[in-house]
Write a protein that binds this ligand. Sequence first.
Ligand SMILES: Cc1cc2nc3c(=O)[nH]c(=O)nc-3n(C[C@H](O)[C@H](O)[C@H](O)COP(=O)(O)O)c2cc1C
Length: 353
Amino acid sequence: MKKNENKTSILAPLTIGTLRLEHPVFLAPMAGYTHFPFRTICREFHCGMTFTEMVMVEGITRLCPQTMHYLETRPGENPIGAHIYGQNPDSIAKAAEIIEKTGRFDVVDLNCGCPVRKIRRKGAGVSLMKDPEHLYKIVKGMTERVSMPVTVKTRLGLTPECINIAEIAHAVEEAGASALFLHARTADAVHGGPANWEKLAAVKAQLSIPVIGNGGVDCAQDAVEMVLQTGVDGVMLARAAVGNPWIFEEIYCLLHGQPFVAPTREERRAVIAEHFERELALMHIEDAFRKRRKHSTEHAACGKFRAQLVRYVRGTPDLRLLIRTLNTVQSPEDVMHMVDTAFAWQAEVEKNA
Ligand SMILES: Cc1cc2nc3c(=O)[nH]c(=O)nc-3n(C[C@H](O)[C@H](O)[C@H](O)COP(=O)(O)O)c2cc1C
């Protein structure tokens, strides 16, 4: 998988506090997706850095096993950021300290963009954007408590009428954060609709700390366009990587002016099988603190893998027919049977084209 590392990229290496990244292209945190099976697969295809799923600070401070499970990592995963959410400055600072002490993370990242009601109601996620002074206090508390880089992932604002990212960004910078990850949408848009790269460029121009752009990167070319149009210091993507970890390889090639060779079906099949194996390994770890499961561990792993599986076989003709059988997938053999069926249908269509 290693390409010619000497060729220069149009995206310069990036320094986030004490962390130096040669290739600042990031897998965004995604609840339910960015556990180690998916992260390690993306890293193998030239993803520069990943983040954990969103982890609740109160669970960390109580060292709750279920919560700490979200911080599970594999040796060699670095660079990786721990992505946390909360509202209380003391709890957040304490959680950051615990994360630093694990010695397994390169940055601690505060969620300041989650629009999910359950999170907002607690005053966390995007609700933190309502009060820049409170956010300043939180970030300051973190930077005073830990020596590792502290970063913040946020949005443009709550609604198009309430875009206050300039104020938020300055508060974050003044509080000592080492980088800002900016999803160029407002909270009401959730993940949909066009991303506002003009606003992203404006924030980048105003800050001294690195700004990493997120939102609207649906294909590899979009990543290059984002860099060229906004001048951001790095690119972060989420949904486009689900079922397509090869996108990181493609972005790497484009940025370095190298040809990208798309994976064959056999290569894709091998990666899907490996991804599922890791998903199963994670489930076995989870077994240690789960008293009872409704289904077998394998069955549960299949359930968790379904969303990834559907994306891996996208582009299959009659995908809907296949999706109907998704709930019957209960074993590794079932998973691979579904993949083989999808790929056989794809090959058939290509043959007749
Ligand atoms: C299923 C899903 C879960 C997500 N979970 C989180 C999260 O826990 N924390 C966060 O900051 N953003 C989360 N996001 C938002 C992404 O990190 C990202 O900002 C957003 O999807 C826009 O990037 P994209 O256009 O490349 O998908 C999530 C997005 C999706 C689709």
